[in-house]
Design a protein around this ligand. Structure first.
Ligand code: SF4
Ligand code: SF4
Length: 181
């Protein structure tokens, strides 16, 4: 399963991912044209500031099973069979906010979209259209610090494990008494 993995310690809070997401989900898919569109596109990834001014890009995890999908009374939320992404059909959304209550990560917001022109569940769709073209999600492409990576979840975790091992072994080596080296 392909996913976006967040290496939060690398995030500098530049919000490039948010801007790229808003552009990708706009009518024109162009920054300057987007700003004059009747319905201004909003990001589906949210960079929030936490303890000690550290930042964290928060987005839908495409859980399986997905609590948001299970509580939606109009079946507006479904899973794409091929990519396993959890998707919203804005035409079916009645903005009851049951999904937002059920989501444990607080990543569902309600915004007008150019497709239905009323407030509906606006959340990450894993840039499914870009994926069909063999591209990475827009947020991942825009992030220049390596905070956001996209690929097979186990491959990404394996890479992360290697990085952690390097850090831990270096720390241990630095702290060891030289007489034992
Ligand atoms: S919106 Fe929340 S509950 Fe639904 S799939 Fe995404 S993270 Fe999971
Ligand atoms: S707000 Fe929309 S997507 Fe969410 S539960 Fe209600 S109908 Fe479903």
């Amino acid at each position: 399963m392909n996913t976006v993995l967040v290496n939060s310690e690398r995030c500098i809070g530049c919000k490039h991912c948010e801007i790229a997401c808003a552009i990708e989900h706009s009518l024109s898919k162009d920054l300057f044209s987007m700003l004059s569109e009747e319905v201004i596109s909003k990001p589906r990834i949210h960079v929030e500031v936490g303890k000690d001014l550290l930042t964290f890009p928060n987005k839908c995890r495409h859980c399986n099973p997905a609590p948001c999908m299970e509580v939606c009374p109009t079946y507006a939320i479904s899973r794409d069979e091929k990519t396993e992404s959890v998707l919203v059909d804005p035409a079916k959304c009645i903005a009851c906010s049951m999904c937002a209550i059920a989501c444990p990560f607080g990543v569902i917001t309600f915004e007008k979209t150019y497709t239905v022109r009323r407030s509906v569940n606006v959340k990450c769709d894993n840039c499914i259209d870009r994926q069909k073209e063999g591209k990475k999600p827009a947020c991942v492409e825009a992030c220049k610090t390596g905070t956001l990576t996209f690929g097979d979840v186990n491959d990404l975790i394996r890479e992360r494990r290697k990085e952690v091992t390097k850090i831990v072994t270096k720390t241990l080596k630095d702290q060891m008494n030289p007489k034992y080296l």
